[in-house]
Design a protein around this ligand. Structure first.
Ligand SMILES: NC(=O)c1ccc[n+]([C@@H]2O[C@H](COP(=O)([O-])OP(=O)(O)OC[C@H]3O[C@@H](n4cnc5c(N)ncnc54)[C@H](OP(=O)(O)O)[C@@H]3O)[C@@H](O)[C@H]2O)c1
Ligand SMILES: [Zn+2]
Length: 341
């Protein structure tokens, strides 16, 4: 049954990344009642999928899961899989690997035992861990998987001389970023961006809102900032002793150039955050890169040249740009909209 659960888990493939692949088999008297797997990032968990199929037949069944059933993370509204299994009345849960996230490790099994369900772990645990090495490695490093997101103009600028960066990219790119925010559990900006752009950092209806995180050594964030509007939870990391309404202020140590990034990441990991989307600006991105704390980059290049314009909307563009891969480089070329005479 556990081998079958492992095979089901593999169906999640790359689509679940950076979550772990998870499979679940519900069985009774040696017969399979229902199967489930985590199909994609943000999708249903394996246990929830299998329980939905089994319905009331799940009562008295044994659940084989490749990862310890989840416990509610802070800020999560849906019932956790441990709760769903208990409510469905399964009599036994066999988990392969324990959840390596220090915030929840062992708690899923403990909840099941409190509900008088026999819960054990360890069966084919090594196989289960080898399904999602990134996930387990990340948990061992005690920090979330860090994705740097940036948007650049073709002339390599993250913002125009006027300071505005908000409209470098067009609607499709911005909509994709809303999806990314819905998939990441947390998004982060430096105080420079929070002050210059006053971003909301929500998913704009593309899914659930992430936890918003601001790196703000001296607590410069103005009270009227959209990050304090309560539309999503916000953490402001700071070295200041003060607090601001609308956010949770968390004091962490200072380091060269601002706050200690490792301390911030460790605190996010402690709160069960697996993935963090760092949306800039350039100073904060540089700090992550310099310390080797970035795992993935997602870079938009807008075919416009903003160095010479205060307003990125008025910057010269390449109306029909050509993109060519040349060895390890990309060449983007085309006529400029500003060419005169
Ligand atoms: N194109 C894009 O992708 C993009 C994305 C975002 C922003 N932007 C643009 O970028 C500009 C702001 O960028 P920026 O580089 O000036 O500021 P930033 O990277 O947003 O913020 C940098 C500030 O964050 C604080 N900070 C705290 N801990 C830090 C640490 N460990 N390492 C680095 N910084 C830390 C520091 O200020 P404190 O001393 O106050 O803590 C630091 O000055 C804005 O004009 C914005 O429009 C562009
Ligand atoms: Zn779950």
């Amino acid at each position: 049954m556990m081998r079958r659960a492992l095979a089901l888990a593999r169906r999640g493939g790359k689509a679940v990344f950076p979550n772990p692949m998870v499979g679940c088999v519900l069985a009774k008297g040696g017969r399979v009642l229902a199967e489930g797997w985590h199909p994609k990032l943000g999708g249903p968990h394996a246990e929830a999928a299998a329980l939905k199929i089994a319905g009331s037949r799940a009562k008295g069944a044994t659940a084989y899961v490749t990862l310890e059933p989840c416990m509610a993370h802070p800020g999560k509204k849906n019932p956790s899989c441990a709760e769903l299994l208990a409510r469905a009345g399964v009599s036994r849960v066999v988990a392969a690997a324990i959840d390596p996230n220090p915030a929840v490790s062992g708690k899923g099994l403990a909840l099941l035992r409190r509900a008088k369900i026999a819960a054990e772990s360890g069966l084919l645990a090594a196989e289960a861990r080898s399904l999602s090495p990134h996930f387990f490695a990340r948990m061992k490093r005690k920090r979330p998987y860090v994705i740097l997101k940036m948007a650049l103009s073709l002339d390599g600028r993250a913002f125009s001389p006027g300071g505005a960066s908000r409209w470098i990219t067009d609607a499709p790119a911005r909509n994709l970023v809303h999806d990314w925010r819905a998939q990441a559990q947390a998004v982060m900006v430096g105080s420079g961006t929070a002050l210059a752009d006053n971003p909301a950092l929500t998913s704009h209806g593309a899914g659930k809102n992430p936890l918003r995180v601001v790196m703000d050594t001296r607590l410069r964030l103005p009270r009227k900032s959209r990050l304090l509007d309560g539309s999503a939870p916000t953490i402001v990391f700071t070295a200041s002793r003060r607090k601001i309404p609308g956010a949770e202020t968390v004091r962490i140590p200072k380091a060269a150039g601002g706050l200690n990034l490792r301390a911030a990441l460790k605190e996010l990991c402690r709160r069960g955050i697996n993935t963090l989307l760092v949306e800039g600006g350039p100073t904060l991105h540089a700090a992550f890169l310099a310390r080797g704390l970035a795992d993935e980059a997602r870079v938009f290049i807008a075919p416009k040249m903003i160095s010479g314009s205060r307003d990125p909307n008025a910057a010269p563009t390449l109306p029909s740009p050509r993109l060519k891969k040349m060895g390890s480089d990309f060449l983007i070329s085309g006529r400029l909209s500003c060419s005169r005479g």
